[in-house]
Design a protein around this ligand. Structure first.
Ligand SMILES: CC(C)(COP(=O)(O)OP(=O)(O)OC[C@H]1O[C@@H](n2cnc3c(N)ncnc32)[C@H](O)[C@@H]1OP(=O)(O)O)[C@@H](O)C(=O)NCCC(=O)NCCS
Length: 155
């Protein structure tokens, strides 16, 4: 029987990031033009997708009480379209629920069409609660033109 990677569950590849993963994640973000600002401070709530010893995907949460910012979502170019992005987001939302987060926000300039299937809906920047608006991504790293999405985890 042949192994069809597309059909295989990829969640088992997703794990909490170790502190030693930071350089590899930053390199992945650089390769995708995504900001580094503030990630080191929030790396305790970062996830990686691993392929052996390599980091092939990342996602992170900035936790602000009942609100969180989902950021640093990236999958290595050669590993896209295999469900890793979906697995990373699903794991990040599971982590958010475990942390009793009720509202998850994100900013994107590149993937506006990707997030609605996870339940994220577009909102204006002004609708984002103040505690998240002071994050490094909001205050400078992400351009003002970035689209903003929100997801309520409490239905
Ligand atoms: C966005 C990204 C994380 C998706 O990762 P992935 O592992 O390829 O995603 P999945 O395999 O879970 O999903 C693939 C599906 O998403 C769609 N998709 C992927 N990137 C997309 C994007 N930027 N916009 C809209 N749809 C996208 C694909 O067309 C595919 O659709 P299909 O299932 O109908 O064929 C990846 O493309 C990436 O790293 N992009 C560069 C960095 C980036 O833009 N990050 C988001 C910053 S907020």
């Amino acid at each position: 029987m042949t192994t069809n990677r597309m059909a295989q569950p990829t969640r088992s590849l997703i794990a909490p990031a170790a502190p030693t993963d930071l350089p590899a994640v930053l390199a992945l973000l650089s390769a995708n033009g995504l900001p580094h600002d503030g990630l080191a401070e929030h790396f305790a709530a970062a996830l990686v997708a691993r392929d052996g010893d390599s980091v092939v995907g990342s996602a992170a949460l900035e936790l602000y009480g009942e609100a969180a910012l989902l950021r640093s979502l990236a999958v290595a170019e050669g590993r896209r379209g295999q469900g890793l992005g979906r697995a990373l987001i699903t794991a990040a939302l599971d982590l958010a629920r475990a942390q009793r987060v009720r509202r998850v926000y994100l900013l994107t300039t590149t993937a506006q069409g990707y997030f609605p299937s996870f339940g994220f809906a577009p909102i204006t920047r002004a609708e984002v609660e103040p505690v998240v608006q002071v994050s490094a991504e909001f205050t400078g790293a992400c351009p003002a033109s970035a689209a903003v999405f929100a997801l309520r985890l409490d239905g």
